[in-house]
Structures are given as C-alpha cells and as structure tokens.
Design a protein around this ligand. Structure first.
Ligand code: MIG
Length: 762
C-alpha cells in the first residue's frame, strides 16, 4: 500500500499523526520497543479483540526531519517514515532491522493468461495469482531470515518459503504441509535475521494473508481483505524479548491448576456411564497415572448444550462424577457453540428472547446445522451474551465438572459455511461474520473463562480449538483433528513450538492421533513427545481403533506407563515453567532456536525441542528407527538415562530403542521432581525432591496451593537453589507466603544413590 508524499505531521504525546497529501497515517510509540503502524480504512469504532486495555507505557519520543520523511526515536527503536508511508525500523545501533520493500509485488504467474482463460472456459478454477487485497505490506527479505510463529500452521518450524491464510478452518482431511489454514488465526510472527530479531503482529481479524517469501526471494508480504492496516513492530535483543513484548501486548496464559498438568484420557466414544467407569478402573488397575477423563458430545441430551443425558448416566450424573472425583479424576466436558433450535429448550428460548444469537442481514436468527441438527450461534462479541453463556456453566459445575472443552468454535457448520454477511456484535457495534469469524472461538473462550472464574473461584480450565491472538489469556488449546500418521507425530513438534512462539504456551496434540487407527509403535513414540507437551491428552475419533494404552499389549503399555510417570515426575518443573511464562511469556515447550539463536542447526530443528531451558528431548518420530542423530547446542549436558556428560555443540548417534526417548539435562540444573502418583495430590506434598546436575547455575522454584489465585496476593513460597561446579547446593527462600511450605528438602546428586537433606539459609 502506498500513499502520497508526507506533507505534514503532528506530535501528540507518543502518537505521531502523519499527513500524506490528505490521507492520514499514524505511528504510535506504545513502549520503547513496541511501535504501532496504523492506516484506518475500517470502522473507526472497531475494538481490538486481542489487546485488552491501553498498553501504552511512557516512552521518550524524539522526532527528527529529513528530506522526504521523518525519524522517530524511542531510545530503543528508530522508525523512519518516508513519502508513500514507507516505514523502516532500526535498532539502537542504527542498523536497519525491518524495512519496507520499495518495489512492486510480483504475484506468481501460475499459468499464462491464455491458459487461464481456457481453463476458465472449461469450468476449471485456476489460481491466476493477481488477487487484490484491501492492503498489502511488503517487507524486505534477505537470504538469511527465518520466520517463527503464525500460530497453528502445518509443516515445519521455519515458516520461510510458505504462504498461509488466517481464516479459522475445520478441515476434516489429514492436515498436510500444503494447508494454508487450520483452526487458529494468530497473525503474529518473529523474524530472525542475520544480526537481529523482531516480531510483527497484524491486529486485523478479517481474512488475512502471510506470504513468507513463497512468492519472492526479495520480499515477504502480509495483507488482509478488509479492516485497518494496523500492525505492531516488536523489537528486542532476542526471540525471548520479542515474545515478551508480544505477550505484554496480547496477554499471557495464567498459571493453571496443577492437576491440569497431569495426564488426561479422552475418546469420542465414551458414551455411557459404564464406558467411562471402565476406563477409569482400567487406568488405575494398569497403574497409568491420570488426572482427568474427558466427556465428548455423547454425554449431552440430543447434543443440547448445558444438558446431561440422564438415561446414559442412570438419572444421576452428579453421583457418578462425585465418585470419579474421589478417585482423582477431574471431569472435563465438551461444549459446542451451536444451540439446538427447539421450542421449550431453555437455552434456545432465552437466547431468542435476549437476542443473543447471530442474525441474517434481514434480522432473522441465523440457522445452520451442527450436531444437534438445526442450530443457532451465540453472538459472543456481545458482552451480555458472554455473561449469559458463562453463567450457564453453573449447571455443569454443579454436576461436578472441572473443565470446559470448547469445540466447533471456528465456527464449524455442516450446511455450508456461515455467509460473510451474518450479523454479529463487536462489544457495542454491529459487525459482520467476515470480521468476527476469526475471533468467534476466542470470544467463546473468553465467555467460558470469565464465567468459570466468577462461578468457581479456582483457576479456570478451558480448552479451545479455535483461537485468535490473545486467546492464551483464557484457554489452553489442542491442535484439533490430527490423524494417526507418523507425519503428524513429526509435525506435532514444530506445531506446538510455533504455537508457543505465538504466545500460546498451553497446547497439545491428540496423543496417538485423532483420526485413523494408530499402531502400537506409533502410540509408543507419540507418548514420548506427548509427555512433554503442556497439555497431555490421549484422544481419538469415533470409529477408530480404541486408543487407551492397554489396547496394544504389555510392552507398549509398559512404555506408555514409563513416560506418563516421567511426566508426573516433571510436574513441579513444568509448573515452575508456567509461573515463569506468566511473568515473561516464555513458552513451556520451546524450539531450540529460542535459546540458541546463534546456532545454525537450532534454527531449523524440527525433531528436537526444549522443555524450558533445562531439558532437551530428542524423540524418535520415524517408524522403524532405533537410533537417531542428536544435536546438542553449546554447553555441558547430561544424558538423563545414562548420566553421561556431553559437551556441545555436537552431533552424535544415540541408541533409541522403542522404550527410549533420548533426553538431556543442562549442567547447573537443580530439577525439582515429584514421586509419580496416580493423580496430582494423591500423596501429601510436603517433601521436595531435587535432582542435581552439577555445574554453575541457579534454579527458581515456586510452591503454592496449585488451585486458586492466592499466589497473586503473595500466597506462595519462592525458593532459589544455587548449584556449583562440584554439585554443592544452597537454598534461599526469596518469598515466604504459603501456609504449607515444604517440611523437608532432599537432594540427590547425579550418579549418587542417597538423598541428603538441604536446609534453607536463614
Ligand atoms: O465434528 O465432538 O475436534 O476432538 O471428538 C467432530 C466430536 C466434532 C471435533 C473435535 C474432536 C471431537 C469431535 N468434534
């Protein structure tokens, strides 16, 4: 997009209003590191759906004029604005980090105009390539740059060379690399250039496009079908700093309840009380720790939201859920947005009465078909609808439900997609489906989160399929309907890592794969990735082979148990990572590049990942493979299983028989572990166990009740452990606010059998 000459400007605090021969642009210094570039072409009353409240912090703004434009200096970032509304970003050393491309876009000519005409005459559709968007922003690209983020996309870690679309889509086909869109639209990415890093966030909910150098080696571009040109440049000295800036803007995932980090068992096919009871009993009998069983759509009466099928649950679901809870299983239920059209059904009647459903341009309630048959769609952009929906969750909580799993919220529909002109609400104004589609699931998650927070007081556990930027504030997410394919196990690593790099840290895939039949080997390898993913759930589709760990013979079950138990060991560590994430936005599961951006192999590594900064996993994600190449970045590492010390950067071959996922721990780590138990809280939690990996380092550990928001009022203990080269450990208590601190701290040095007591320094 190109405007006229810069003919004037006006400084209003941290905003600089720009006049391009009568057209108005705007640059806003949000923080010294975050710059907003804005050209209004949409409705002036539109609200950001990603950013809550005003995120402006005071920053120094110095403007300098030059021939053909101005410079805006914040002390951390310099912005050069030139005639035509070209915007270039420089770092504090005066290097250009992210510059507008001055040439014209050259869309790929996929077929010659003559052939295109012929194809069209014969009724074939062909991509001509010359499609026009409401605006396009072209940025310079060099041969070095790698891209990360963009939410939940198929394919590999580095997004360079591919093009994507942001349009929340439920596509039942197996998700392959050539897919342009899945369920989530997170229009944010980070670029790693030869010497710098930056992030760009396009806060526009219309269908948008991200062509990351697929069309050209000289530029990449993004654009949208409508709405404002409204993007944020986020600077920083590392990917971690940029992500901190992005999550400052769009929010962070709040610390979850501790049990939600446990293993969860699900299947679309647990229909009756007997089905669920049998699974619960088998989990305990087979010694597979588990904290939750999920109830898919069959628990409802005729797929009506906020109902329970009484017959299938012996007229007393509540009694059954109480029994499950006593055994340590927290029930999580699916909830779809589509409300069944049925006279006399409370939810439908209330919604019609309150005008809570989306409407046609003619003002009728809009009807499509989903699981309950004819269904209508709550208008979650309306605050009154969110309140109403959130409050109805009371029914589910009263049955004993502990978490809500929002599905089908793209929104998905069976009788064709919702037309673009269906009318929704954006807080206090009307907005069309074209604008609200990508935030439908996001706003449903917000309704669920806020409702649960008010009703229950504990930290809400909401799972969502559809997302927009900022959904991390309300929900954890899973990657939808993957398939039991090796390609999907491989993809799980970059997919979850890129969600983390997009501000969504609490994520997981359906372990074992949702569609198609898994194999014993695939399940054994999948659990070796799943046990590290923040959300750890085995789920499978109706009609597929049963996928619980005991369906595949003793060997696979033993492997499965080993890794579920490993997960439970690591829960205190993972919980600490969530605490850190809420402060900094650093994801739980991280690509190697997050910590080692200077290392070439780290930048495109798809088959290894980090859990926090201390653990590196190198799982086998290929069929029939029992040895693999492992890359370890710089520093000293210990093999988790053999205790061998290895100094990186290094490549080597590691044996990895079916029961082995190679894992490495960084020297200088004090790893807090929990004795495996059937579920979080089964055994008293009064002794802290520490595994010590010698080397210089320190480690911060948090203890609180793992349930409510008390930690925000200081009701937690903060322990700091310092470890030396020889493995000596000392402990300081930096904050002592929890009423039940550890009675005892025991540590075990690598390679030693005995546990020694550690006394905090007073
Ligand atoms: O049209 O509720 O992604 O996890 O089991 C399928 C049934 C609807 C899609 C979800 C999946 C869930 C299934 N749902």
């Amino acid at each position: 997009m190109r405007l006229g000459k810069l003919t004037g400007y006006e400084i209003r605090g941290q905003e600089i209003l720009l006049d391009f021969e009568g057209e108005e642009g705007r640059i806003k210094v949000v923080t010294p590191y975050i710059i907003n570039v804005f050209y209004g072409r949409g409705d002036k009353r539109a609200h950001s759906k990603a950013i809550e409240g005003d995120k402006t912090t005071s920053a120094s703004v110095r403007v300098e004029e030059e021939e053909g434009g101005i410079w805006i200096h914040t002390g951390q970032v310099s912005v050069r604005v030139s005639d035509g509304f070209f915007v270039d970003f420089y770092n504090k050393d005066g290097e250009e980090v992210c510059g507008d491309y001055r040439g014209e876009r050259k869309p790929l000519e996929r077929v010659s105009p003559e052939v295109l005409k012929l194809l069209e005459e014969e009724g074939h559709s062909a991509e001509g390539g010359g499609e026009k968007h409401a605006f396009e922003v072209l940025k310079k690209l060099d041969t070095f740059t790698h891209f990360y983020g963009l939410g939940d996309k198929t394919g590999f870690l580095d997004k360079r060379g591919y093009d994507y679309e942001m349009w929340n889509t439920d596509n039942p086909e197996p998700h392959v690399d050539s897919f342009k869109a899945l369920y989530k639209s997170i229009p944010f990415f980070m670029a790693l250039t030869r010497k710098n890093v930056y992030g760009l966030f396009l806060d526009n909910t219309f269908k948008s496009y991200f062509n990351m150098g697929q069309e050209s080696v000289d530029y990449y571009w993004f654009g949208a079908d409508d709405g404002d040109l409204n993007y944020y440049y986020i600077g920083g000295d590392s990917l971690a700093e940029v992500l901190k800036g992005y999550t400052y803007l769009t929010g962070r995932c709040p610390l979850p309840q501790k049990w939600t980090l446990g293993y969860q068992q699900s299947r679309w096919g647990y229909v009756t009380l007997e089905d669920v009871a049998e699974v619960a009993a088998s989990l305990r009998e087979n010694d597979i720790p588990c904290d939750s069983i999920h109830f898919d759509i069959d628990y409802m009466q005729d797929y009506k939201v906020f109902t329970w099928n009484k017959k299938r649950y012996h007229n007393n679901p509540k009694a059954f859920l109480e029994k499950l809870s006593r055994e340590g299983f927290k029930p999580v239920v699916i909830n779809d947005p589509g409300v069944k059209v049925e006279k006399g059904y409370e939810i439908y009647e209330e919604g019609v009465e309150g005008e809570y459903f989306a409407k046609t341009p003619e003002g009728e309630v809009y009807v499509n078909t989903v699981w309950p048959g004819e269904a209508v769609f709550p208008d979650f952009g309306n605050p009154a609808v969110r309140k109403w929906w959130g409050a109805h969750q009371k029914f589910l909580l009263e049955q004993g439900v502990r978490g809500i799993w929002n599905d089908m919220n793209e929104p998905a529909s069976f009788r064709g997609p919702l037309p673009g002109n269906v009318i929704f609400t954006d807080e206090d104004r009307e907005a069309t489906h074209r604008e609200m589609h990508n935030v439908y699931g996001h706003l449903m998650a917000k309704a669920a989160y806020e409702g649960l927070k008010e009703l229950d007081g504990r930290r809400p556990f909401v799972i969502t399929r559809a997302c927009y930027a900022g959904s991390q504030k309300y929900a954890t997410a899973w990657t939808g309907d993957n398939t039991s394919l090796w390609a999907h196990l491989q993809m799980a690593i970059p997919q979850l890592c890129n969600l983390g790099m997009s501000g969504m840290p609490f994520v997981g895939t359906d372990v074992g794969g949702f569609g198609a039949d898994t194999t014993p080997e695939l399940l054994a390898r999948w659990v070796q990735v799943g046990c590290f993913s923040p959300l750890f759930r085995n789920h499978s589709a109706a009609g597929t082979r049963r996928q619980e760990p005991w369906q595949f013979g003793r060997e696979v079950m033993a492997i499965y148990r080993k890794y579920v138990k490993l997960r439970y060991r690591l829960i205190p560590y993972i919980y600490d990572l969530f605490y850190e994430e809420e402060q900094t936005g650093a994801p739980i599961m991280r690509p190697l590049v997050f910590h080692y951006e200077k290392e070439e192999w780290a930048r495109t590594c798809n088959d290894e990942f980090m859990l926090g900064s201390r653990i590196l996993a190198a799982p086998v994600v290929n069929q029939g493979i029992e040895k693999r190449m492992v890359y370890l970045p710089e520093g000293v590492w210990y093999d988790y299983w053999t205790h061998e010390m290895i100094t990186g950067p290094v490549w080597f071959v590691r044996d990895a028989p079916l029961d082995c996922c190679p894992i490495y721990v960084k020297a200088g780590t004090v790893l807090p572990v929990m004795e495996p138990q059937s579920y979080v809280g089964e055994k008293p939690w009064d002794t802290l166990l520490l595994k010590v990996y010698p080397g210089e380092g320190s480690y911060d550990h948090i203890l609180d009740n793992g349930e409510d928001f008390g930690y925000r009022e200081g009701r937690y203990h903060h322990y700091r452990f310092t470890v030396s080269e020889s493995g000596e450990v000392s402990c300081q208590i930096l904050h002592a606010g929890y009423e039940k601190p550890y009675q005892k701290i025991l540590l075990q040095r690598l390679g030693e059998e005995n546990w020694v007591e550690l006394h905090p320094a007073s």
